[in-house]
Design a protein around this ligand. Sequence first.
Ligand code: B12
Length: 446
Amino acid sequence: MSAEYPFSDVEDEPLLNIKAVSHATGIESVTLRAWERRYGVPMPNRTTQGYRLYSKRDVAILNWLKARIEEGLTIKRAVDLLQNQIPQRADTIAEQAAAAEVAPTESTIDSAASLTDLASSLMDSVHRFDTVKAQQVIKQAFVLYPVEDVCLHMLLPVMADIGEEWQTGQTSLQVEHFTTHMVRQQLLALGATMPSPWRPGRVVAGCAPEDWHEMGILMLSLFLRRRGWEVIFLGQAVGLNRLVDSLDMIKPDVLMLSSGYLNTVINLLGVGETIIEARGDSVWFVYGGTVFEHAPQLVGQLPGVFAGESLLEARDRIDALLSGSWQPEQRAHTQIPPALFEAFTTMKAVELTLTDGMSGLLMQTAPDMPPDEATQQARYIIGAFMAAVRFNLPTLQNSEANIARHLIVQLDVPRGSVEDLLKYYLGTHNMAQLHPFIDALFAAAE
Ligand code: B12
């Protein structure tokens, strides 16, 4: 799939570092970075460490710009001329500023502020629930730095710090929600101001069924938009019901879903299997997300294609899929032994009663535990157990992805009671299959 525009016949594979490009074009590195920052031209790929990687097409564009400047045009005029020929390639600083209605002269932030400075201003403003300041800081960052850098080096650290503070009780749930809302709102606003897609590939992106962690996939959607691809963003918890009908209507090249924690990754199995069965190779099913960081043993265990370990890697992989330079196999899900599958389907059928039973067991062991918390924790324990069984990976329970793994031992829940509970609801015949998973559950927390 290659776009019909000048330079489209020149190779677009990211190969050259900034030094090589400077040497090839005679344009200083500092000027290359300034043109990218001011005009978004060219917009090179990045390595996972964040270093620029230019293509031969980028070099051709730079030589073209240089020739116009030598003819007497200003760089601004040369870029305008180029963008009239190439459908908009990148959102320029000027466009972003105008669209985001930033008035830099009114800003209280130093125009040379680093992303670290901006991150601490944002931390400060969200702690004070200062909407105006928080919006202003984020907008300012988008004016000063590339979207990818703002997301990865400013917004992400802020969200991680707020998350950490919330988990350790240093800050409130309200501050966490406010921050998430602020960031989400600004990212969506930025997306709305981006130029129309100019490359002929379409992505549908969202979260796995029942998963609400949408920030990563939202950022990835913006990164892909900046590469010129069309992205239809579906947000949180994309349901399986009528998904195939919607995809028939949208006709995407890629369906990309992310999962943030173990209890929802299992839902990706159903989606992947359904889509691949219904539509075969006409759509790539791509999966990724935070859960694969917490449980790397899951990589390759789902149908479809793994997006990669980071947002930039996922962007580059999807870019390669859409432009046809990468054609991996759509892996089928590894089959599990039939007896284990039967144990899983029995568990699925009685999941709610099993969760109730586990919740009762937790309250018996820890009489002070509020019923809501017991239900929540029981849901995590049963969900993680089921995911481990469905993937035939007992070690999933030991992984960081199982958020309730320490609870069992902390509370000293008797192993015999857990076995009795499972035997009662699942029947003795399923127990032999489940022993390795029970072992792992009790080993997990040690
Ligand atoms: C915001 C947040 C929420 C919000 C989400 C709102 C929204 N609109 O997105 C709300 C309040 C809804 C929420 C709910 C829950 N959350 Co929450 N949440 C967070 C928080 C604070 C920040 C996550 C975030 O958005 N970060 C910004 C993004 C961009 O970064 P990231 O998620 O770390 O992602 C990075 C990578 O994983 C990767 N990535 C992300 N997505 C994708 C996608 C692809 C394709 C790829 C390749 C890469 C990728 O890129 C990012 C940069 O490296 C974290 C805490 C933390 N320290 O991270 C917990 C956290 C993720 N939540 C967690 C949990 C458990 C939950 C809940 C189950 C209950 C709870 N304890 O609150 C519910 C689940 C609800 C559901 N059904 O999904 C856990 C997950 C634990 C684990 N080990 O799996 C965390 C880590 C907190 C914790 N330790 O308890 N949460």
